[in-house]
Design a protein around this ligand. Structure first.
Ligand SMILES: *Cc1c(COP(=O)(O)O)cnc(C)c1O
Length: 818
């Protein structure tokens, strides 16, 4: 991803490959795998990797972005692009890995390799925080730990670095060997091993053995015997070993963990002496990650006193961008992760992906990038801002303002965050998307607080990466050439409107569908250019539909006549014909066909863009015969229409559950709805589908009740033996159904499921938290991955669709993206 000076010819020699070079002297600094997020195209080498899609399909796109250097496996492209450099290989992923391994061997820096089931990224980021004063560190960006992520991480090493911290993650056997050869860690950290993600491995022992292959040649292994009891110590890699545990004998033997107000104090026995440290966190996962960092500091020679001084200053790591509503109709993208140029590029891409406001502002602090001059760095940043079409830069830091002349856009500079905060009331922010990105010491949290609307204590968090994952999952299920219409009706099943549509547009779905015209209009106003089908086009909205180029679903003769009348002199206006093949809701049935044909024949006002129908039970095997019947009825009707139209519209019938269960009914397009949001009745518990939404609220007050006291309206909640209740800030007006009352619904507090008590109120709910340590301000999770929407739906006898779409608009949506 970064600065190294290999020529294309040298890289081809390292790969020992055939080439077709126009200019072999071109210097390659960046390895690119995604044509959409390329930093400096003239120094980038694009790898046509194949995963969900064939990477060669993106060559056109990469070429349009000015990339001229490619690693490919299919020689036909050489002819198509005569002005490009091509390196021809057997396997593009292997080529990427080979280059990274070669690059790694050019340096003798100390390296820490981290693997394990959880905590890899946090431990990596914390070690970076802990060691940055003593080393010039290169580390994996975000959680780049895969077969692709590791080579990209290692490629960043340059001569200035004296420590590399890299994480490695695997999902099946035989993957670690490759990563070990690329990272060659001198120090190994095994964070933990859990039961999850065991799919790719025959047993837990096998998983452990595979992960430990990363440390085959390591000098030092840091681990906990709690996670390695399938093996004896002698079977563990590492010339030297350093163990930690709170349950059994270890080099760092934790003897007490004491939670304090917002931190926790740890005591341990180390070299026969009692030592202690304070961590500024108190949740279980952070404590374990903190202990791993403590063990690492001690194992590499820091004293207990030095370690404690550093550990107590650790700060929260957020690896995700947050998109939220701001003041004056702005959208705020908050990225407090890290302040280097590659993360800036990722954030700028995300800024570009969100088109809802024409104006784009970046608030940026000084950046630090080792091994290059500031002149160089800020020139590149200025290029990047220009290339990503940013309109305004607000620069913070005295040093940054010295380079003001490099930036060719509207700018304003402040010496420090305080100066910005003071000037804030006089700076205009309105109807724009604002990216807030600053190095930690600039404390940009203060800035995003000023810009953000007050976040209520009940939020629906939407994980955009999970949504992209789900989209790719369904892409992998459809046949090549089949298009995707993404269903974003009902506020994208409750998750948002333009935020989701922008994401889908960026990830190149073919069509969007909404229920009503005003949903479509809102998307057009937010810059969505994809074709949009409107499923219930009201006659009163025809004018607006035409003005915003929305495409109506035509389900009756009346609506067809009315729409044709509303068109003035347009020709070939796209419409979608809905056939009733058995749902008996909307659509033409066989009897109306002749009349429909008469109207369509020779009418050049309209063009039938697609013909479609809807399956009533695509996911339920007991109705398979009916589904089969629907599919054939649809085909017969559609074919009759096609015959008289003289051209072939797109045919589609499959919704989410139809995609995997009825591969032969994918036709020209599928309509992907709830699967995008992580549910599929046909394939429940499929680990490839990820949870996209988490609904959380906050405890307002905790009360202790005496025996016999009651809770809430009509004295419904009875506590015969007394106990403790917590009141949380969500009620039926937020979409938390009254049916959840009186113990039917449950929420998670501090990892424990607790039942509701009494009736659900309009804005509040009471939970029975007897025997639980709960404080006002604690988080209560209504649903997440563990306590899923499927469970909630089952509790009150409904379906996930209803739970999702009931979440009211007053619940704030916050979007996360890495
Ligand atoms: C909502 C809807 C879909 C999507 O259904 P899912 O089960 O959510 O995939 C598809 N087609 C039509 C006509 C719909 O109304």
């Amino acid at each position: 991803m970064q600065h190294q000076n290999y020529t294309v010819t040298e890289l081809a020699q390292i790969l020992n490959s055939q080439t077709k070079l126009i200019d072999g002297q071109v210097v390659i600094k960046y390895l690119a795998i995604d044509s959409r997020s390329v930093l400096v195209p003239e120094h980038s080498l694009f790898f046509a990797l194949s995963s969900h899609r064939d990477g060669h399909d993106f060559i056109t796109d990469a070429y349009a972005k000015q990339i001229r250097n490619f690693v490919i496996t299919k020689p036909d492209y050489v002819e198509q692009y005569p002005d490009c450099n091509f390196i021809l290989v057997e396997n593009a992923l292997t080529a990427l890995q080979t280059l990274a391994a070669h690059h790694r061997k050019q340096f003798t820096l100390k390296t820490i390799g981290i693997t394990g089931s959880n905590g890899k990224t946090i431990v990596k980021e914390w070690l970076y925080q802990l060691l940055a004063t003593d080393f010039n560190i290169v580390r994996s960006p975000k959680s780049y730990n895969s077969q692709v992520g590791v080579p990209l991480s290692v490629w960043q090493i340059d001569a200035e670095n004296n420590l590399g911290i890299f994480e490695a993650g695997i999902s099946s056997v035989n993957e670690m060997q490759t990563l070990a050869e690329i990272i060659e860690p001198e120090i190994g950290i095994l964070t933990n091993i859990n039961e999850a993600h065991a799919e790719g491995f025959p047993s837990k022992k096998e998983k452990l053995i595979e992960k430990l292959k990363l440390f085959k040649n390591a000098d030092l292994l840091i681990y906990s015997p709690e996670y390695t009891n399938e093996l004896v110590v002698n079977e563990l890699p590492g010339k030297r070993k350093f163990s930690w545990s709170s349950k059994q004998g270890a080099d760092l033997r934790i003897i007490a963990v004491e939670p304090l107000e917002d931190k926790c104090s740890l005591r341990a026995i180390y070299q026969d002496v009692e030592i202690e440290c304070t961590l500024p966190f108190k949740d279980k996962a952070s404590i374990e990650n903190g202990i791993i960092c403590w063990a690492t500091l001690l194992a590499i020679g820091y004293t207990p006193a030095q370690s404690n001084l550093r550990l107590e200053k650790l700060s929260h790591v957020s690896m995700r961008l947050e998109l939220k509503n701001g003041i004056n109709q702005c959208s705020i993208i908050d990225d407090s992760y890290s302040a280097d140029i590659s993360s800036l590029a990722i954030a700028l891409d995300f800024l570009n992906q969100q088109n809802q406001h024409p104006k784009k502002t970046v608030i940026l602090s000084e950046l630090f990038e080792t091994g290059r001059s500031d002149q160089d760095l800020y020139t590149e940043i200025a290029d990047l801002l220009k290339q990503k079409k940013v309109n305004r830069l607000i620069g913070i830091g005295a040093h940054l303002s010295k380079y003001a002349s490099l930036f060719n856009l509207e700018t304003q500079f402040f010496d420090d965050t305080n100066a910005f905060v003071t000037a804030f009331p006089s700076i205009q922010f309105s109807h724009e998307t604002i990216l807030v990105k600053g190095a930690r010491r600039f404390e940009f949290a203060r800035i995003s607080k000023l810009l953000t609307q007050k976040i209520h204590d009940t939020v629906l968090e939407i994980d955009l990466n999970a949504m992209v994952n789900n989209l790719q999952f369904y892409r992998s299920k459809i046949k090549s050439g089949v298009k995707i219409m993404a269903m974003v009706k009902a506020f994208s099943y409750g998750s948002g409107s333009f935020e989701i549509a922008n994401l889908l547009q960026f990830h190149k779905v073919d069509y969007l569908a909404v229920a009503y015209a005003d949903e479509g209009i809102a998307l057009r106003k937010a810059g969505i250019t994809l074709p949009i089908m409107v499923m219930s086009p009201e006659e009163s909205a025809f004018e607006a539909i035409i003005k915003h180029h929305l495409e109506p679903e035509i389900y009756s003769i009346e609506i067809l006549n009315a729409f044709v009348n509303a068109l003035s002199n347009q020709t070939n206006y796209p419409i979608h014909i809905k056939i009733d093949s058995g749902m008996h809701r909307l659509g033409f049935d066989e009897a109306e066909l002749d009349q429909l044909i008469d109207l369509l024949k020779g009418n050049d006002n309209i063009k039938v863009e697609s013909i479609f129908s809807h399956l009533v039970a695509s996911g339920e095997s007991q109705h398979d015969e009916y589904s089969q019947q629907q599919i054939s009825t649809f085909k017969i009707i559609a074919n009759r229409l096609i015959e008289i139209l003289g051209y072939k519209p797109l045919l589609h019938i499959s919704n989410t559950s139809g995609i995997s269960r009825w591969p032969d009914a994918q036709m020209d397009m599928v309509r992907l709805g709830i699967g995008l949001y992580g549910f599929d009745a046909a394939i429940s518990n499929n680990p490839s589908l990820q949870t996209t939404m988490v609904l959380k609220t906050t405890v307002t007050q905790v009360k202790t009740l005496n025996a016999g006291e009651t809770v809430g309206y009509s004295r419904k909640g009875v506590m015969p033996n007394g106990g403790k209740i917590a009141t949380v800030k969500i009620g039926y007006a937020d979409g938390y159904n009254r049916a959840f009352g009186n113990g039917v619904g449950k929420m998670l507090i501090n990892g424990q499921l607790v039942p509701t008590i009494g009736s659900i109120c309009m804005d509040m709910t009471m939970l029975d938290v007897s025997n639980l340590d709960v404080q006002p301000g604690d988080e209560a999770i209504v649903f997440n991955q563990e306590h899923s929407i499927v469970d909630l739906a089952a509790e009150i006898n409904t379906i996930p669709y209803e739970i999702l779409t009931n979440i009211s608009q007053r619940v704030k949506r916050v979007y996360f993206y890495e």
